[in-house]
Ligand binder design. Sequence first.
Ligand code: GLA
Length: 417
Amino acid sequence: MAAMTAAGRRALRRWALALAALAAAAAALDNGVARTPPMGWLHWERFLCGTDCAADPRRCVSEQLFMEMADAMASEGWKDAGYEYVCIDDCWMAPARDERGRLQPDPKRFPSGIRKLADHVHSKGLKLGVYSDVGNKTCAGFPGSYNHYELDAQTFASWGVDLLKFDGCNFGTLELLAEGYRNMSLALNKTGRSIVYSCEWPLYLRPVQQPNYTEIKQYCNHWRNFLDVSDSWSSIKSILDWTAIHQDSIVKIAGPGGWNDPDMLVIGNFGLSWNQAVTQMAMWAIMAAPLFMSNDLRDISPEAKWLLQNKEVIAINQDPLGKQGYRITKDNNFELWEKPLSGRAHAVAVLNRQEIGGPRNFTFSLTFLGNGLACNPTCSVRQVLPTSRDWGFHNWVSSLSVEVNPTGTVLLKVVAL
Ligand code: GLA
């Protein structure tokens, strides 16, 4: 056989790459949504299960809460920054289904009904998310969707719902857990409405069985792997550690249409220092995480708002290449992470895990990044967090030294030239 010409080999390689891209795209749930990590607001971490509106009208889980949050999202720059979904978590339902077997909202707390709430949210140019559970009860004990997947999917679609967070409490057997997640996905697709499907399937499966992520990605747009986030640095650290330890199995699966979900952004609440908030924002961007804030947008500091609305960080999270980042090294209580971006660029995060003393310098060679290609032969380096700053031009043998505060992160963007 005649040897293939260089041009022939290049053409073959282009074909192989195109085919591989097609295969990867086909593996994701084909419902046209979540091509980049979804962004929005979710009530759980900040507002939990407040049902006594007489005692606490401003913080109970009610239509008023979601309407006020939608108003703030539209008027305070959140929507323009990309936050789109206003999401209800657990505890919105009445204790029983209606006479036709349909889920219904608690009539006292949602007197106008979910359809009206969806209309209000849509009128602001935003989208509405609701919550249900694969089992017969939600985690907080409200009616779950078991045995009602089709009906519930139709009900949600008829209300104009745009996202479903589907929890996994009270799932019964492992077969029922898998069947439930699959069936709800099919039922949502059958409605013909584009509904983001947010799963917790691997979180509930993992204690007993290794999740099959190829399958999960065929049914879900994003999925929780690890415990609920809380408003604390120890929670953020445990999520980052879990993700780094499991990166070999979870990073490769993420991409347009299907994302690992490390849970909500808790920036703007009470538990994180400024440096820790910077770390959560930087690392959620690196992880290509769905960005759902759980905070009070009616009452949030200008600093938290600046961080959460930071366009350069959000662009890293939303990069169209859709690659999740990973940890490259952990050394002397520093962690170095990178996320490949489109346009021959990389986001790079240096996290200082030391919790004693003051700022420390981390010096590293740019050959460490992007398998040696991030700065080859030269690159521009820009610091995005904690403050924006240009670090100028470098070449592939340059070293970079950054100063990082305890528990803080320096986030950089490196563009190969
Ligand atoms: C589980 C989920 C949380 C939240 C609560 C609600 O714990 O993981 O994100 O939805 O249930 O009860």
